[in-house]
Design a binder for this molecule. Sequence first.
Ligand SMILES: Nc1ncnc2c1ncn2[C@@H]1O[C@H](COP(=O)(O)OP(=O)(O)OP(=O)(O)O)[C@@H](O)[C@H]1O
Ligand SMILES: [Mg+2]
Length: 365
Amino acid sequence: METTTSPMVRFKGVSKRFGGVTAVEKTDLDIEAGTLVTLLGPSGCGKTTLLRMVSGLETPTEGEIYVKGRCINDVPIHQRNLGMIFQNYALFPHKTIFDNVAFGLKYRKIPREEIAEKVTRALEMVRLPGVERRMPVQLSGGQQQRIALARAIVIEPDVLLMDEPLSALDENLREEMRREIDNIQAMLGVTTIFVTHDQREALSMSDKIVVMEKGVKQQEGAPEEVYNRPVNHFVADFLGHSNFSTGRVAGRENGFVRVLLDSGNTLLAESDRDWKDGDPVEVVVRAQRFDAELKSEFTPSHQMNYFEGKIKDRSYMGGEVSYFIELAGKREIHVISMMRSRIYKIGDEVSVQAAPRHCHLLPRE
Ligand SMILES: Nc1ncnc2c1ncn2[C@@H]1O[C@H](COP(=O)(O)OP(=O)(O)OP(=O)(O)O)[C@@H](O)[C@H]1O
Ligand SMILES: [Mg+2]
């Protein structure tokens, strides 16, 4: 589809090699103005490298990066209007908070009074008004990271680049900062590229998630899209707790695809793809999507997607319980159950069922 307005950031066939190591491989990606996009993937998949190429700290080996429709490959760092925040707060330790936040403005030769005004406004934005005279050591880790955020937004950047900005914070503070960044991003409408390897962070904040593995983009889409309709095993495995089983397509039934599993069971799955009989597939079921109940108390509504097994292991996770259930043939499935009135014990015999619409089909790789 052709659009007349170009995206805020466009990667076109971008690769980056460090000697023999390919950090990023032929990546195409559009980031629309005003959106928050997360780059999500395991360590070493190329997230930081992608970000550093936008910032100008690295140069692509091949391909082009466009900001507002203009190729920036040869634009020096200080001429790119970008805000950056990294994992470590990276404030200047011997400068006051004022000077830290004002840093990018002085560089831009903006009049003094205007600088003071902008700094005040940025500090209000991150809810730390009045700390101008303090030194970084006099602030907590979370506060320092807010100052880093103030420093990044004060220059009114075209794009805000954040590389795991929350990873040094403890869990509660992370949650708070996550919401704060989300709010500020929305309020300013600033296009943001946010790097994380934390799926919860990505799912909760993003307009779009880009899942990467080994330098290659695996899938991009809205959080619910990537979570509910992963395109391959890697994405399904990386986001959420998934159960996988292999089998072959064996016809259709009531609008669902019938799969003959290698274990000998038959399963109905929902899929809008045009499968042919005999196609090798992988069935994915999220651990939260199974219903498990004591066998003695369970009356299946239908015999489809119904299994019996025994609790092998369990652990409490606050509001939920995580069970590992052994089915016939020593196959084990992971079931996460919202804590109801009762928690099952190890050894309990249970019935397990998953609705066909919660069984997702992937082509077998
Ligand atoms: N300057 C460099 N020289 C050589 N190899 C590098 C360099 N920078 C990155 N790499 C390699 O490129 C690959 C991608 O690295 P990158 O830092 O982009 O990963 P990442 O997704 O940010 O990982 P993490 O989650 O650990 O931060 C890795 O294999 C890394 O070792
Ligand atoms: Mg990194």
